[in-house]
Every structure is written in structure tokens, then in C-alpha cells.
Design a protein around this ligand. Sequence first.
Ligand SMILES: [Zn+2]
Length: 285
Amino acid sequence: MTRTRQQFTLVSFHAHPDDEALLTGGLLARSAAEGHRVVLVTATAGERGLADDREREGLAALRMVELAASAEVLGCARVVALGYADSGLHPDPADPTSFVNQDVARCAEELAQLLRQERADVLTIYDANGGYGHPDHVQVHRVGLLAARLAETPVVLEATVPGRAFTSVLRALAFLGHPVGGSAPLGTDRVFSHPRVITHRVRVRGALLQKRAAMAAHGSQRRGGNERRAMDRFVRLPLPIFWLVFGREWYVEHGREAPDRLDDPFASLRSRQIRPWRTRAGLDS
Ligand SMILES: [Zn+2]
């Protein structure tokens, strides 16, 4: 059977190394496997991530190595580091290097230049809450949205999770006595997104092993500090439970009517509701 295949360029913008695996790993791996160009961008090196004092020095360099390994597993064609400082969960408002203290317009122009260079068809960012509310994640939303507007990137997908479903899964795991059930600091309605605004539920079962390997590549965040960390628990979940928790990814397409629950991240481009930067017609057998 022969059909026309379109190939697109997807740029995935993240705050810290490991976010790409947790939030979008399946989408990136699936897109790359389908022949699309996938470019990974990180605002910071995550140097304020999990670590004890002995590990703090050199953490940025280590996390960039881990990011490169994750990107390779996921099939990313290019990794770009914008080089801002990790703001941490509780930013110092006086720190001029922190990503969260940067001018949004200036950062957006920097990202827009990359989007133009790559002729990006899709940009992934985070939802307006920045998921669970990390200041750098909120900044990714602000910067990414403006950058897409400046570069006229046709599709913006906000990586998210349906808040209620996510907390239900965590409660079920907690009820079963699984330690992951108590590991997420969720407790309000102002995290992630309400189901009614979610446009995409992307099945990533075919990319599950790559997603897990990408998460596993972030070794510093599996062992950081003295405690056993959530990332390590996630990676060690039995595959059926890993599939339950990580086998789907959710996105809010900016400007698209919801809820469509689309599986195809490129649906708007394919249906020609939005004109892509470029399409390459090819044969797919
Ligand atoms: Zn992060």
C-alpha cells in the first residue's frame, strides 16, 4: 500500500534536563521514528536540581551529558542549550542570571530565531500553570508562546496532564501501597490542565521503552541527594504500571477547539487547517 507522507519539524522547548523525557519523551520518540525532524531546546542546565552538597559542583555539566544521552535515545536530531541559569523552585528575585528573571521578549526573540532557522512546524511548551508550577516552567510557557508568535510557528502544543486523572492514578498507587503514590506534591486544582481544554491524547505505547530509557539516562536525578528519588521509582515500575502512568501524553494545542482528543500531534498541519512551513511529499510503503 502506498500513501503520501508528510514530514514536519518539531521543536520541543524545556526548562531543565529530564523534563523532555517525563513530559514529552513519547511524542519526541514517536515523531522521530515516523521520520519527522525533532529538535530539543533547554533553557537551563538544571544545576539546581536534585543533588547533595558534594554533587552540586559539576552538576550542570553532568546534566547536559545526561540530556544528550536522553536526546539520542529519543531520536532527536539536534540539542540546543540556551544557557540560562536554573532558577530553582524558590528563585532569588535579585539573581540576574536566573531564567525566570530574564526579559521574556528577549528570550522569545532568541528562541524565535531558532524556530525560523529550523522552519519549525510545531513547538512544544508547557501549559500556563507550568505543570506543577515551577517558575522556570511558567517562564517556558511565556517565552515559548511569544516566540511562536514572532516566528509564525503554525502549531503550539502545551505539554500537560489532566489534573484529576493524574491525581486519581497517584491515589490508586498510594492505596496499593506503592511509594510512587505519595511522591508528587499535587493537592490543588491549579496544577496542569482541566480536561476540557486538552486537545490531544497521544498514544506513545510504541515508544514506551525509549521513553523509559530516556528517563533512566538522567542518573543524577535518580540518585540525587540521600533519598531514593521519584525518577528512580518511575524507571523501576513494572512495565504494565509504567504504561498506565506514562503510556499517554496530553497536549493543549493553542487556539484549537477542545476537546478533540486527537492522537496525531500534526493533525492541524495534515488537515491543512494550518499551512506548514514546508511539506515533503514522499512514498511510504
Ligand atoms: Zn523542570
